[in-house]
Design a protein around this ligand. Sequence first.
Ligand SMILES: [Fe+2]
Ligand SMILES: [Fe+2]
Length: 196
Amino acid sequence: MLPRTSQIVSGTAIAADEAGTLKVRLQLQLSVTGGAHYMDATELLTKDHEAVRQLFEEFESGESNDSKLDAYEDLRQQLLIHARIEEEIFYPAIREADPGKAENPVKEALTEHQQVKQMLAKLDEMAAEVDADFDESVKQLAKSVEHHVQEEENDIFRVARKMGKQQLGELGDRLQQRKNELMNAGMDEDDQSAPQ
Ligand SMILES: [Fe+2]
Ligand SMILES: [Fe+2]
């Protein structure tokens, strides 16, 4: 007998016989969380961008070295995971959606990701002391990130929207799933690589 949840989406139960258990489990999980996709790819990435802005503000308003370092650690993790899911999943999908229009903005975005990672590596070396130089470097990082986010939301999201609603939704699910994995893993394996 089928589990109770599969009765919510009888179409998915049919897919169970054809496509195998793993796929069906995923579809069932999605059906339980609302029948559609939780967030599409651009919504998810925009939400991440907003979270990073808030962390920069948190850093800025931190009243002690410890609170600033905590905000920096969160920022670092968010930025690295965000860059990673874009590089692994989002940018390749954009390139596939419209290779001609995607190539230049994606190349530029990858270069900017590398710059951000280099800035983070420098900050990591400085993090023993949260002084004026550290503050200034975080400000520079915030500027670079904001510049990158603006271009991404304009140029790359424009290409993304050429995908249908369904495809953008599925892409959002894949991004969220990978993000969860990396957050659970703590993102220790490093990420200074330069994807092309
Ligand atoms: Fe982004
Ligand atoms: Fe990005």
